[in-house]
Design a binder for this molecule. Structure first.
Ligand code: ADP
Ligand code: MG
Length: 731
């Protein structure tokens, strides 16, 4: 009968992928079976009803319940079946605090939807847009959505915005909260879903005026927690020892180790491989995989590979050992983890507004984080978590929650963005946790000194242009004024090298961390790092010296970077040249890409691309002056006692041993302030005292300068200049 034919047709059409018009692949059905077992699938209808019924919605679910991969797809289905207006195609956005997560998850979802990444499903992270006019679902970092809001204040291209990983409380997510609350008032058709891994859900609910809260029950197995009897002196060594012990004595199951950064993780992976290698065939095979934000995407994917099979049939089963930063805490879910090792530390941003220093510090995690970490062990079966600290320390020393980033960051960039978004009254902006007034004041002050805000706090023309660069305000200032110093080509190259994400390697999200550049030469010249991080082998030391001799510029690290970039281009980006010269090709390629994007922004504002004649005496001088025009607030002075003091803040600092200088300049600008047992300034350049009073007289106005040696030197420089002017007048 007719009914049968219709049913048949339905069955056929459901085998056609509506996005591509092609039949679904075998792989699609395989993944679909897996997806259907995820906890969120049991609440699909409930979720869609709730979404229909209200403008904003809070969704809370344990890590791994399928929030990030499934919910956006549910939303997409609902949006598309509802809207009859085909002309107005609107997108679904899903934000991620970490670029790795945005990339990894979008790839996975493209696979789940049986489409090509970059077409229907895309991602957008700073300096990399992998989306097209066909894109209907876009994963993007929270920082990127904020940037989009600068040109599209009502975010009109989206019908639903999902703020994922809200519990991480990154700076950009917190700003988006306040912004979206406003946008929701002006756009009744927009919907916002806030997703979080359990923490603080009620707080979100209160903030979004009682938005409904939906809970996805986790399916966690019990996790047994072990503490150490005594505090561990060296957590890295303790972590490696624990891995080896688990591998020798515990039943099958994969291991997840939390460490703090790339260097440490690579070091740990090497040592684990070595120590387990030494055990021979008494133990099963292992596959040790690192995970951190600057790992290339193909390497990131390895965390999802299965554990290695036994060496011979019926032998001891193999184990996968993932050594990861905080990324694996909630952003990415790895199935099959049974053992978690938690040393209790993570790299976190700290900001001291009094001395204007923002730094990444290895600091103790919160109880909430420790809880999340241990949860990773119980995803597929009962698990064990080894905390490398005492129970007493857990109870007494750990904060209950991680502080939101907005309370511990430099806000200069955020304030510039907010001003550009038209939010003038920062004091009354609806922050979920308002930042300290002192921090806001500091940010306004910095932007005023840079000329981005006038004395009334309004955005200037210069500030307007600066806000268009996805860089910190100092760097964008330097770029915008570089044509005045006839060196915009060179400043572009230096900026690209500095802001290349490989340099920005410990940073979970994009542009707040520009000051935290890593030791430049070390990073650019990757082979040097092949040896252990702490002790350079003799060959590596030789390679480092050679590289320094080849590219090093005695006036500063920024000029060294420029030399490397120029040499790379002059040698036609040749991979074997890179190899022979200890140059990290991947870093240079990516810097080149960044540079092209910055050139495009320069073009939009008719900023001239120009250079000083290379043989001119002014070639490097102009570059150094242009840099100072952006970084005049990051200057240190060499005291007679032989150490450096930062200008105005009078902090004792030391030149980082990695610098390329052959002398100790009287004045240096620096890009990064590194807090360790000693305070280092890294990526430094020699500049002249006279330039300070020429280029930034408003900042070097001695009327409000603390008493110090630098002040006396500046006074002399001012007097010298007055004398000179007088002589000129007399003549
Ligand atoms: P949540 O956001 O709730 O933490 P996700 O949606 O990220 O959960 O993960 C759901 C499932 O998808 C997990 O079992 C995870 O392991 C799996 N998954 C996610 N990305 C990948 C990938 N790239 N490869 C294989 N499995 C993946
Ligand atoms: Mg998630």
């Amino acid at each position: 009968g007719g009914g049968g034919a219709a049913a048949n047709q339905n069955a056929v059409s459901s085998m056609i992928n509506r996005w591509t018009g092609k039949p679904y692949s075998q792989r699609y059905y395989e993944i679909l079976e897996k997806r259907k077992t995820l906890p969120v699938w049991h609440q699909k209808e409930e979720f869609l009803q709730a979404l229909k019924a209200s403008q904003s919605l809070i969704l809370v679910g344990e890590t791994g319940s399928g929030k990030t991969t499934q919910i956006p797809q549910f939303v997409l289905e609902a949006v598309n079946s509802e809207s009859s207006d085909k002309r107005k195609k609107m997108m679904v956005a899903c934000t991620q605090p970490r670029r790795v997560a945005a990339m990894s998850v979008s790839h996975r979802v493209a696979e789940e939807m049986d489409v090509t990444i970059g077409e229907e499903v895309g991602y957008s992270i700073r300096f990399e847009d992998c989306s097209s006019s066909r894109t209907v679902l876009k994963y993007l970092t929270d920082g990127m959505l904020l940037r989009e809001a600068m040109t599209d204040p009502l975010l009109e291209r989206y019908s639903v915005i999902i703020l994922d990983e809200a519990h991480e409380r990154t700076l950009a997510t917190d700003v988006l909260f306040g912004l979206l609350k406003e946008v929701l008032r002006n756009r009744p058709d927009l919907k916002v879903v806030v997703m979080s891994a359990t923490l603080e859900a009620e707080k979100f609910q209160g903030y979004f005026s009682g938005a409904p809260l939906m809970k996805v029950p986790g399916r966690l197995h019990p996790v047994e927690i072990f503490y150490t009897e005594e505090p561990e002196r060296d957590y890295l060594e303790a972590a490696i020892r624990t891995v080896v012990q688990i591998h020798m004595y515990e039943t099958p199951g994969d291991i997840l180790v939390f460490l703090t950064g790339e260097e440490e993780i690579e070091d740990a992976c090497r040592k684990i491989n070595k120590e387990i290698g030494n055990l021979g065939d008494q133990v099963g095979p292992v596959k040790v995989v690192p995970l951190y934000s600057t790992l290339p995407p193909a390497m990131q994917q390895k965390i999802f590979d299965p554990a290695p099979p036994p060496v011979k049939e019926g032998g001891i089963p193999g184990r996968k050992i993932v050594v990861s930063t905080n990324i694996a805490e909630t952003s990415l879910t790895i199935d099959g983890i049974v053992y978690v090792i938690d040393p209790g530390f993570a790299k976190q941003i700290v900001y001291n507004p009094r001395v204007r220093v923002e730094s990444l510090l290895v600091s103790p995690i919160s109880k909430a984080s420790a809880h999340q970490r241990s949860g990773r062990a119980g995803r597929t079966q009962p698990g064990k978590c080894f905390r490398l600290y005492t129970e007493k320390s857990f109870q007494n020393d750990l904060q209950p929650q991680t502080y939101p980033e907005i309370l511990r960051s430099n806000l200069a960039n955020t304030v510039l963005t907010l001003k550009k978004l038209g939010i003038d009254d920062l004091v009354h902006f609806d922050f979920m946790d308002p930042p300290a007034p002192e921090t806001l004041m500091r940010a306004l002050e910095v932007l005023n000194y840079l000329g981005a805000l006038d004395d009334d706090g309004n955005l200037t023309k210069l500030g307007e242009i600066m806000s268009e660069f996805p860089l910190d305000p100092q760097m964008s200032k330097m770029l915008v004024v570089s044509p005045e110093f006839s060196c915009s080509n060179e400043i572009l190259s230096i900026s690209a090298m500095l802001s290349d994400f490989l340099l920005c390697k410990h940073c979970p999200n994009c542009y707040i961390c520009m000051q935290m550049l890593m030791h430049v030469v070390e990073v650019v010249m990757c082979q040097i790092r092949l040896s252990s991080a702490t002790v350079l082998s003799r060959e590596a030391q030789k390679a480092a010296d050679e590289a320094k001799a080849r590219f090093g510029h005695i006036d500063g690290d920024h000029l060294t970077l420029l030399n490397v970039y120029h040499a790379y281009k002059q040698n036609n980006e040749d991979p074997s040249w890179c190899y022979e010269n200890f140059v990290n090709q991947r870093a240079l390629k990516s810097a080149d890409n960044v540079r092209q994007q910055l050139v495009r922004i320069m073009g939009r504002f008719n900023l001239k691309l120009c250079s000083t004649e290379f043989n001119s005496r002014d070639y490097y001088i102009n570059i150094r002056k242009a840099m100072l025009a952006g970084y005049f607030m990051q200057v240190a002075h060499l005291e007679r006692t032989g150490h450096y003091l930062t200008v105005k803040d009078n902090q004792v600092v030391h030149l980082h041993p990695s610098n390329c200088l052959d002398h100790k300049p009287e004045w240096v600008i620096y890009n990064e302030y590194v807090l360790t047992s000693r305070n280092f300034i890294r990526t430094v350049m020699d500049i002249r005292g006279e330039w300070l009073i020429d280029i930034a007289p408003h900042y070097y106005d001695l009327a409000n300068f603390p008493q110090c040696e630098a002040k006396r030197v500046l006074e002399k420089l001012y007097r010298k200049r007055e004398d000179k002017d007088e002589n000129k007048n007399r003549r």
